[in-house]
Design a protein around this ligand. Sequence first.
Ligand SMILES: [Zn+2]
Ligand SMILES: [Zn+2]
Length: 282
Amino acid sequence: MSRVDLHLHTTHSDGSCTPAELVRLAHQAGVTALAVTDHDIMTGVAQATSEGEHYGIEVIPGVEISSMIGQSELHILGYFLDWQDPILNERFTTLRESRHRRNPQIVERLQALGIDITYDEVRALAGSDSVGRPHIARALMDKHVVSSAKEAFDRFLANGKPAYVPRDLPNPAEAIQWIKAAGGLAVLAHPSWVRLADRSLIELVRELKVAGLDGLEVYYSTHASRQTREYLSLAQHLGLLVTGGSDFHGLTKPDIDVGIGKGTLHVPTALLTKMKVAVGRV
Ligand SMILES: [Zn+2]
Ligand SMILES: [Zn+2]
């Protein structure tokens, strides 16, 4: 059964596989097309594309932009954008600089809580300068402070927890606008993560559609079938494209595999065709 996976992270952000390794895993999983969607960076697309040519796997340039609405972080996926667009890349650089400032601050807060952890240890785990909170979670696991990444977020790293440091992020409408300006499609990632006190999901998605949102990530590793059905009908109701992906990160989310998520994910190939029509690629 042919499948696609349109939400994948590499070592260019907080994933543990290189783009080439990712393509090889996708090949093993029977994935015929994939999108590299690293956080606020698109440099992984080049290597994935050349490895994809070798394996006959189509690689769609993608990105996942973190945005902020009220107290909640909202992730906006971008597809088919010009990954070499200079304005877009300048925006990504600014976002990453804010992230670089933030991670040492999180580690300082953990130290203040009496936890024996250094920023050098976290950076060594990341293997590059693309440090993210999942790496801090992994360091806490290695030190047996917590037993899972989830526990690290629940106790220390999530919004409202003692080591949380807010980020300087665009609002979702800005993120959508950036993607559109680079010729891409903008999609709301994992709607199940959305927690807003002042409006319902449908109200939010309606607002984002006015701002230019093209699609909704309906198929996702942790969506229960009830949620998948709910988001599918929401997308149909509002005339939005349907997308899906595993949100594979490698070791930082070890229970999620490329193409199949937790084992039951199946993202149909047909939705990619609709995305291509929408973006004028067919
Ligand atoms: Zn996300
Ligand atoms: Zn993601």
